[in-house]
Design a protein around this ligand. Sequence first.
Ligand code: ADP
Ligand code: MG
Length: 735
Amino acid sequence: MGFKRIVAAAVALALLVAGLSVFLIFTQVATVASARAWLDHTRAVIDSNQQLLASVQELEDSERGFVITHDPAYLKGYHRASASLPTQEAELRRLVADNPAEARQVADLIDAIQRRQSTVDRIVAAGQAGDFELARDVMVGSRAHVEMEDIRALADKVTTSENTLLNSRTIAARQIQNLELVLGLAVSLVALTGLTLGMILLADNNRRLVRAIASAETAEAARDALSALTTALFNASPDYLIVLNIEDGDRYVVADLNPAFAKTLNVRPERVRGRAVERLLPPRVAAGLIAHYRDVRAGGEPITTRSEIPGLPGGPRVWESIMAPVRNADGVVDRLIGAVRDITDRVRAEERLRDSQRMEAIGQLTGGVAHDFNNLLQVIRGNLELLASMVEGDPRGQTRLKNALYGADRAAQLTRQLLAFARRQPLAPKVVNLSRLVSDMADLLRRTLGEAIEVETVVAGGLWNTIADPAQVESAILNLALNARDAMPNGGRLTVEITNAALDETYARTARDVTPGQYVMIAVTDTGEGMTDEVRARVFEPFFTTKSDGKGTGLGLSMVYGFVKQSNGHIQIYSEVAHGTTVKIYLPRSRQAEQRTLLLLDQPPAPETGQTILVVEDEDAVREAAVGMLDELGYRSLQAPDAEAALKLVEAGERIDLVFTDVVMPGAIRTRDFAHRVQAMRPGVPILFTSGYTDNAIIHQGRLDDGVHLISKPYAKADLARRIAQLIAEPSAAP
Ligand code: ADP
Ligand code: MG
């Protein structure tokens, strides 16, 4: 039962009890009053009756005394009684006037009294007249006696009837009182029952109330705990969280945003709370967001989106956000909650990975093709050079041969470039300090770029040593300079800077395949036309060029890229359209002392007579071409088709000044073992390898093994002459 109903019942009960009590009190008072009135009345009637009787007696006594003594003094009583009797009779009559039966009795009584009075009057009159005889006769007559008896009887009757009346009234009053007592008891019982019931209900209600309070407290504690958890989550989440209230049907008001979000947006939460989205953001952005919010509400389900957000304090970011509708107790969506995760780093890393995988794939393909191509070119070139002696004195033949050689050289150059991109060009890295190289290049660059372009070289003091192939560094700088020239058709300035640089972890994370550490940086900057982001994204791809046919090959930057990567370096391009471009090459620092670089541009000395070269090559055509070349250069040759045969020759004790061997050969003996055995038997005899392909047999992570020398196929006769001459003259120092 509800508390209100209990209260209502209690009030009703109280009213009932109060009403009954008032009623009882009134009736009680009335009953008592009427009982007392009746009692007074009876007493008055009896008194009045008695007085009347007393007056009649006095009348009688006075008459008797007078008649007997003849003394008129006795008549005093007679006169007094005669005077008071009418009043007394009237009084008694009045008292019983309301009761007809009694009134009749009283009337009879008064009649009797008056009869007696007239008799007495007659006796007294006789006595006063002196006729005491008559007076005595009348007085003792039977009538007189009867009259008096009548009066007494009638007076008794009145008294008796009055008493009877009183009795019956008393009984009636007592009955009423009994009834009232019963009623009072009943009321008390009802009140008591009501009270007991009320108390029981109250106790029950109280118990229920206690229980309700306890459960409310438990619920509140649970709510508090939950709310503390939510708050902690909200405040500590690295994801950006926002709560939007939906107001007036379609207005989206920021209810709250967490500290992470506020920090990213560089706003104070209290400044955005309570403000509608369209008041916080530019109209276009707000319209887009509101359309999205409507979709979320309409769908009633969370929606995930990914978008690039411009205009943030720290530059554009990629956000993955989930927006979810929140329903109120009536099931109506009245709030939206959004969780945003910044996935920029992940997306960028994926992009970098994709890029590097693409470059890797292109590299594999390019490297494979170039390798096969090189072997073919070696055969072509070798044979063409052999033909030279045969067409001596034949100008037309010589021209053809020259053209053919030119073509072969171009093809060789192309394959070399492709190998360079594929990070498979044979490199001869050494510890060098590039400061001299860069300053020495200034002249060459000025000559190459022409008058319209101002060339400046800046070399930082205390430049660290680096480990790289200096010839390739030179070629890379030249390539970049040529690109700069093409980008500045109307002139401009080219700056080549070289300086120490450190790439830290933070940088390494933003760039592709970078190992943090110390580097020597070469920056080539021009004031040219620059490039768009689309162009910049593809410049390292082989054959990617924006230049017209015949002007660009699209291999320049590919080569530089391949070389830098193969040297464990890093390359980065900064460019702005219409402003210029900077290409930065980072080459790893070396803590070792610089090795002296030999200048190879001088003509090689002619071989001494009898100097013998052991040529090891499995392919007959290639071997014969090589032997032919050596022959022309003035060397004696020994030939072997494989390592086994070659070792036999070495063992046989023939004169051998240098071993010239192919890297990849069939047979049981591996190239490295072969080299070791030769070195063991003939210490100091240099070994020059040749290969169309830089194989793991001699090249490890892009570097040649110590004491191993390599000349790449296809090689020109002059190159071969230089390398052989140098190795024989100075076996350990030559590159
Ligand atoms: P190529 O020079 O044969 O076109 P590269 O690989 O050297 O090939 O360069 C590829 C492309 O990169 C060029 O065609 C040009 O669009 C762009 N590029 C390279 N260097 C620059 C530069 N310094 N300024 C503007 N664009 C450049
Ligand atoms: Mg170029």
